[in-house]
Structure formats: structure tokens, C-alpha cells
Design a binder for this molecule. Structure first.
Ligand SMILES: Nc1nc2c(ncn2[C@@H]2O[C@H](COP(=O)(O)OP(=O)(O)OP(=O)(O)O)[C@@H](O)[C@H]2O)c(=O)[nH]1
Length: 190
């Protein structure tokens, strides 16, 4: 990946313990370690991945921010210039959806060109036990319609919908006429 251009800056935002790091870990390295004790992100972490869209290469530069409110000022720095934001909430924690709304407002107020993807995390937990669901799916889609966003529910544990989420992000970016210049017009080989 060294030296390759980052076309699309993507930022992950959301409440602490919401599953952002696990989502990136699953997407970039296809792994999830349930045994590993939770470690809160400090500052932010960066990773990149190339995605093919319509025969063209989009490089996603993904910033995983810290959810802890202690690092809020820092997280605000990381969404600057982002073309897409994956705003995460934990499907088993209703407070995390309130926090997601906070980030959506931040983005709407400061980064007009940033597309918002609402990502419900830990879907495996609510599939195992329906009572564990604390964030209603239809409520999230109604809200998404209001703010012109998309909703996707994922599980980093099983991998369900994780690649699909980032593919949506890459497609949304590459197919936006405003970004046509940025997307490398070369074909992906191999
Ligand atoms: N069962 C299940 N657990 C998950 C899933 N995603 C994350 N977790 C767990 O939830 C906890 C928090 O996940 P993280 O990915 O570290 O959360 P985060 O949003 O990056 O947290 P901060 O760095 O503090 O902002 C960890 O113990 C994970 O193992 C999932 O899809 N399923």
C-alpha cells in the first residue's frame, strides 16, 4: 500500500465501545478476536484498502477515531475533509444511537460534502437474543431518510455486511460526479 494515493478519506465516528475498531479490523485484516480484552482507541488509527468500482480503483483511507468523549476534540479534527463517514452505533445500546445523532449533526454543520453511512454494529448479539436489540431498525431507516443517509447493520464477529459496507462507501464516492477527477482511471490488474 506504501506510496499509493488515498482517493477517499473515510472516518469512523461513534460512542466508545461501539465497535469501530472491530469493524476496521474485520474489513482490513478479516479478523475478530473475542478473547482480546477491550482496549479503547486513543487518538485515532489509520488503515487503507483498494477497492474496485466499475473497473476503476478507489483507495479508501480509513480513520478509526476514539469514541471516548475525552477525545472528542481530536475526533473532530479527523473528520475534516472526509468524503464519507461511517457513524457507528451499537445495536445493543440505545445511548449509542443518540451519540450517532450528535456526530451526524457535527458532520452536517461542518462537512457538507461528506456522505453519511449509519452502521449498526454487533448484529450477531441481537440475532442470538432478540431482546438484546435496543435500537429499532425502522427508527434508524426513518432517521436515515431524513438526513439522506444509508443504514447498514453489521457484525464484525461473523463478518456479516462488513465488506458490503465499505463497498457501498467506495461506490458512493466513485459514482459521485463530483469525484470523477479523483478516481484513478486505470484498471485493476490481478
Ligand atoms: N459480539 C460482538 N462483539 C463486538 C462486535 N464488534 C465489537 N465487539 C466488541 O465490542 C467491544 C468494543 O469494540 P471496539 O471495536 O473496540 O469499539 P470501539 O468503537 O473501537 O471503541 P473505542 O475505541 O473506545 O471508541 C469489544 O469488546 C469487541 O470485541 C461484534 O460485531 N459482535
Amino acid at each position: 500500500m506504501a506510496g499509493s494515493r488515498v482517493d477517499c478519506k473515510v472516518v469512523l465516528l461513534g460512542k466508545a465501545y461501539g465497535g469501530k475498531t472491530s469493524l476496521v479490523e474485520r474489513y482490513l485484516h478479516d479478523r475478530f478476536n473475542a478473547e482480546m480484552p477491550y482496549q479503547n482507541t486513543i487518538g485515532a488509527a489509520f488503515g487503507a484498502k483498494r477497492v474496485e468500482v466499475d473497473g476503476k480503483i478507489v483507495t479508501l483511507g480509513i480513520w478509526d477515531t476514539a469514541g471516548s468523549e475525552r477525545y472528542e476534540a481530536m475526533s473532530k479534527i479527523y473528520y475534516r475533509g472526509a468524503k464519507a463517514a461511517v457513524v457507528c452505533y451499537d445495536l445493543t445500546d440505545d445511548g449509542s444511537f443518540e451519540r450517532a445523532k450528535f456526530w451526524v449533526k457535527e458532520l452536517n454543520d461542518n462537512e457538507e460534502a461528506c456522505r453519511v453511512y449509519l452502521c449498526g454494529t454487533k448484529l450477531d448479539l441481537v440475532q442470538e437474543n432478540r431482546k438484546a436489540r435496543k435500537v429499532d431498525y425502522h427508527m434508524t431507516t426513518d432517521y436515515a431518510d431524513e438526513i439522506h443517509a444509508e443504514v447498514i447493520e453489521t457484525s464484525s464477529k461473523t463478518g456479516f455486511n462488513v465488506s458490503e459496507l465499505f463497498e457501498k462507501v467506495a461506490e458512493g464516492f466513485a459514482r459521485d460526479p463530483a469525484n470523477r477527477q479523483t478516481v484513478q482511471s486505470k484498471y485493476l490488474i490481478g
